[in-house]
Write a protein that binds this ligand. Sequence first.
Ligand SMILES: Cc1cc2nc3c(=O)[nH]c(=O)nc-3n(C[C@H](O)[C@H](O)[C@H](O)COP(=O)(O)O)c2cc1C
Length: 380
Amino acid sequence: MSHNSFGHLFRFTTFGESHGPAIGCVVDGCPPGIPLTEADIQGDLDRRKPGQSKFVTQRQEPDKVRILSGVFQDERMPAQVTTGTPIALLIENMDQRSKDYGDIRDKFRPGHADYTYWAKYGLRDYRGGGRQSARETACRVAAGAVARKVLNQLYGQVAIRAAMIQMGTQTIDRTRWDWDEVSRNPFNSPDPGIVNQWADYLEGIRKNGSSIGAIIEVVAEGVPAGLGAPIYGKLDADIASAMMSINAVKGVEIGAGMGAATLTGEENADEMRNGPDGKPQFLSNQAGGVLGGISTGQPVVVRFSVKPTSSILNPRKTIDIAGNETEIFTKGRHDPCVGIRAVPVAEAMMACVLADHALRHRAQNDFPSPLAGEGGAPRA
Ligand SMILES: Cc1cc2nc3c(=O)[nH]c(=O)nc-3n(C[C@H](O)[C@H](O)[C@H](O)COP(=O)(O)O)c2cc1C
């Protein structure tokens, strides 16, 4: 009932609070024999870690991961590999500043989960938001790195990439989309042309003591047709749930998403032809790579919005735990636009959903089809 675990066959459980000694996760269900070292995980954690530019929180966390279990190597093996047993991953908290949060012990911060945690549990660790803090998302990124290894082992290269495509009212020019740009600018933008504009925009918002929301797009390429399940195990439903579980996410769409409401049947249904490799080729991708809850083999395309950071310097009306009306403004170190650091988290959640569905697919469908000789029942 405590809901700190995600996934079915590829399953991870996270633990830890923002200002506790450490955070971490246990990844269970990872198949044996997959090469895995701390370096495989560290790269993704480095992309999420705080303090990397003036546009993110200045908390300084090295976010160094340690693998505590579930891997092994001896002289017969060229590399350290997973053993099929639980993989425990630990990240120490190094830069807590709990005194910043003394003021909010008894006050509920608007937009935060202070009131709801209080209503549910009757007490809360208010230091840095405790368990509600997005510090927990580092654990998801670590689990996601393991998920990527599983996917690549099964299907060759599965590219899971995300980018920030809108900050506040300012949207990228999609004709300038360049994935290589994402790692070159502090906003994870795929559009180099918008970077200076976003810098001025966010700097203005930050100087005014405020914050702003954003939209992230996640694309998974190399996903074979056949992952997912009908009705209650839909791939798109699981992806939407995974993205919605990320802190601050308020809206999720797949493929044409909300825009599908304005399309005609001709515009929306993705027409099919035979591709050069003998596999079906779709002439568009309004479906976002999922039909009937099952992957089509096209890129899986997801977008989500994050709300503006709730911790802002400008005073807001609130109440305290005794029911007194009061005001609050937030000290401490915060992301003025949480969308920036949500990018690697989104990739990780996509990887975990796909790895889970890949293992679930194999568990049910790794049997010969009776129609195998009849044009083949193509299977992932
Ligand atoms: C990567 C990331 C970093 C975040 N950093 C902050 C932050 O510095 N300050 C803040 O108020 N909220 C931050 N948030 C959002 C809060 O964690 C979140 O809004 C809060 O816990 C309430 O949960 P909810 O918005 O999901 O309802 C961040 C979210 C993400 C994904």
